[in-house]
Design a protein around this ligand. Sequence first.
Ligand SMILES: NC(=O)c1ccc[n+]([C@@H]2O[C@H](COP(=O)([O-])OP(=O)(O)OC[C@H]3O[C@@H](n4cnc5c(N)ncnc54)[C@H](OP(=O)(O)O)[C@@H]3O)[C@@H](O)[C@H]2O)c1
Length: 280
Amino acid sequence: MVLKSNDLLANETIGIIGAGFLGRTLAETFIEHGFPKEKLMISYGGKPSTFESIKKAGLIGNITDNKVICQKSTIIFIAIKPQSLKELKDLPFTNNSLVVSCMAGISLASMEGALGINVFRIMTSGPDTIKRKKGIVAVYPQNDTLINILSFLSLKVHELQDEESIHVFTVGVCLPAALLIANKKGLNIENSIEIIGNEYSDFREIYNWAKDVLPVFDSERSQMSYIEHMSTKGGITEAIVNSLNSGDTFLDSLRKGIAKSKEISTFARFASTGDDKNND
Ligand SMILES: NC(=O)c1ccc[n+]([C@@H]2O[C@H](COP(=O)([O-])OP(=O)(O)OC[C@H]3O[C@@H](n4cnc5c(N)ncnc54)[C@H](OP(=O)(O)O)[C@@H]3O)[C@@H](O)[C@H]2O)c1
């Protein structure tokens, strides 16, 4: 898709702080959808392996200092890990830019407390789904410009009515791996989707998305490798997978995933502030 001059991003300069897995995918997706490369800035934390990945993506010329990103970007995506947030505290963010946090687990209150500006939160499905143009994203609070931009990236946008719903949405994006195990065990999935759907109305739609993005596997081994690839140590998918493997019902495993998301959120808040007092 090629942008027309009168398009919604014609006057925008985009900065992506944290060109890791997600940040690079967003950068590549913007360019792929016709956003001018010279109006895109990215930053990273200095790891040589990340530099190599940026090089491979053809984005070396886009690497820019965080301070310059803050001064020149009209839209800024923050895609660092929560524990790196404290590194951004003294940067010259202003409310003249639309600042969007992609970080799981950091509440708006924590972000706004750390950066001193208004922030919007998004939660995306994994980079692989974004690359395949099958990505979904939750947005909070509602913002028309942001929703248009995310739709422009071929993401299906879910507008959250409250920030807490992000925990259920996050479990939703972990569903592909969970479904593989639950199907193999012959668990009652429909009933669980209905119950969670009563609490968060988009859940059935996300379930349908999860079924749609599941790859076709040629062996048991490739299925296992997919599940492992989806699970970060100590993360939400892992909590759901472990719960299923220990014999829990599908509903209980989803509940444990939601609880894990909340727990990570509490931990991330402390890690992002670097407040040792809170680490007990
Ligand atoms: N990956 C996903 O599936 C996914 C989905 C939804 C949300 N998220 C959220 O997206 C965020 C990033 O996840 P990820 O998987 O992309 O992690 P990642 O690959 O580790 O990317 C984080 C990047 O931030 C960079 N960074 C660290 N400190 C920085 C600083 N001061 N300035 C600029 N860049 C800095 C790191 O650079 P170095 O490598 O040089 O240290 C790294 O490249 C997380 O908060 C996560 O919750 C991820």
